[in-house]
Design a protein around this ligand. Structure first.
Ligand SMILES: *Cc1c(COP(=O)(O)O)cnc(C)c1O
Length: 338
């Protein structure tokens, strides 16, 4: 390879040059090799994926679909119609994304420029700060309290004239708890764009979607990655005021959601009862696991409304437990506040 020239490096935007790499989930082959364990023995818990996989109807629908040589509909007509039936808001309030990650990215590209900031309620999902930084903006971290509830007073103090959005993950990844509706209303009353990420809605059963009728500055994000087992096909949705959705349609890459994802989504929505039964099974297992973890004297699990559980371990033992489980083929995520 020729040397990467100074000139090229220098011409890259400074905030891009300084970016870190997002720690995503690794392919199962990589995990298997690391643990020295066959692929089918690997237990992947670090992506909050669906262990049941997609609906069996998905493979059939993909096999039968005749038009993969066509581009997807840039206006997402059929897709928005189907999503509208699912979330209960008009199709012109909805945009489908290549995963909800793409919608986070598009929203920040619309609102956050160099020097601007977003408010991030930490600890939380890593894509929000990364998305803001890619736009040259900054993520201002407002720490949650000791129960990981959001702290309205601290949030209000952190808001500046350059604050373009407040991101509220509900239930929050990785803590599993939810904000109260009253707290989110208070954030919406600031008039700033409030993005409520409901990636785990189907596990919590609680949504702020109905508030769209009251607040033009609310965006609700959902994904089919977790409950419907479509993480690998990449499809999520944003619901928002129709004027904002209209503007977002012009920012959107024309063919952002591929036809396989669209076909899979429509097949999944037709198979909702079976998929929701799996969600119930996961919730049941979550609560059973919670009891088992709670019975270990050194482990303190936090109550969760999602499909994962955050546990506190004795000071300094986290990395050892994490590594020990990795070596046995059980992959988790770890955080430290030190
Ligand atoms: C998994 C996750 C997403 C990503 O969803 P995709 O639709 O797969 O991009 C978004 N937000 C949170 C909080 C998540 O945990």
């Amino acid at each position: 390879m020729p040397e990467f020239t100074e000139k090229i490096q220098q011409s890259m935007l400074p905030h891009i040059r300084g970016l870190g790499i997002y720690q995503g989930v690794e392919p199962v082959e990589v995990m298997a090799e690391r643990a020295g364990i066959p692929q089918d023995k690997i237990i992947r818990l670090n992506g909050n994926e669906n262990p049941y996989g997609p609906s069996p109807a998905v493979a059939e629908a993909l096999a039968d679909f005749p038009n993969f040589n066509h581009y997807p509909d840039p206006e997402q007509r059929q897709l928005r119609e189907a999503l509208s039936g699912y979330v209960g808001v008009d199709p012109d309030c909805i945009i489908a994304g290549n995963g909800s990650d793409e919608l986070i990215d598009m929203l920040f590209r619309m609102f956050v420029g160099p020097g601007d900031n977003i408010i991030n309620l930490t600890p939380t999902f890593g894509m929000y700060s990364l998305g803001a930084e890619i736009c040259g903006g900054q993520a201002i971290s407002v720490a949650r309290d000791e129960k990981f509830d959001i702290d309205l007073e601290r949030i209000k103090l952190a808001i500046t004239s350059l604050t373009k959005a407040i991101v509220v993950c509900s239930p929050n990844n990785p803590t599993g708890n939810m904000p109260t509706e009253a707290d989110v209303r208070a954030l919406l009353d600031t008039g700033i764009l409030v993005i409520v990420d409901e990636a785990y809605y189907e596990f919590s059963g609680q949504t702020l979607m109905p508030l769209l009728h009251e607040y033009p500055n609310l965006v609700v994000l959902r994904t089919f990655s977790k409950w419907a087992g479509l993480a690998g096909l990449r499809i999520g949705l944003g619901a928002m005021h129709p004027d904002l959705a209209g503007m977002m349609m012009s920012v959107k890459p024309p063919y952002n959601v591929n036809l396989a994802a669209e076909v899979a989504l429509i097949a999944s929505l037709k198979d909702m009862p079976a998929l929701l039964e799996r969600v119930n099974a996961i919730v049941y297992e979550r609560d059973r696991m919670m009891g088992l973890l709670d019975a270990i004297p050194t482990v303190s699990p936090y109550p969760s409304q999602a499909n994962f559980i955050l546990c506190q371990l004795p000071e300094g033992s986290g990395p050892k437990v994490f590594e020990g489980l990795c070596n046995r083929g059980i992959f988790l995520r770890h955080w430290s506040n030190g």
